[in-house]
Write a protein that binds this ligand. Sequence first.
Ligand code: GRF
Length: 196
Amino acid sequence: MSLKKIAILFSGEGSNLENIIKKLHQKTFKNLSIEVVLTLTNNPNAKGIQRAKKYALDPVIVDHTLYKTREEFDKELVKIIKRYHVDLVVLAGFMRILTPIFTKSIKAINIHPSLLPNFKGANAIQRSFNSSIKQAGVSVHFVNEKVDDGEIILQSSFDKDGLDYQAFCTKIHQIEYDIFPKAIIKVLKDTSNTDK
Ligand code: GRF
């Protein structure tokens, strides 16, 4: 039996954070056991804080506005994460651009609400909905120093035909809740720790 520890970083609503906790925290999959040992947010007002507290996983708050540079903020993140000896860091709606200080020393994955490489960056759901491309979807990928750019771990797509914006958003989130936990399990099965 192997026990893998994960950290979840988030900035806002935290619905993916809660979904991951519900589906993976203290759960066993064949010979893989998963423990969420750290939740962390950069936003003291994130709704996800209350969600994490329901599971006694009170988030560490690192307010990015208190740091002069992205690098100083990232140094603090790395320092905290290293204390927990996690096998993987999961970015679940963590709305910060990360510098090489973070990306070169931490193994992390991110979820993005588009079929990458289409619609990298902000407002991806809106831009994907508005585009003439008939397929939309969700991607989980490794994190590198470029935004929404690392190697793809899992993608799932659907046909946009006939969906209004509300139904489109619902579909995106349903897919996120389905593939993010699967991608985490997939990565943990061949990961030893966060050190690159
Ligand atoms: C998700 O749509 C995710 O794909 C994107 O940010 C959103 C986070 O939502 N990166 P939530 O905070 O998990 O509800």
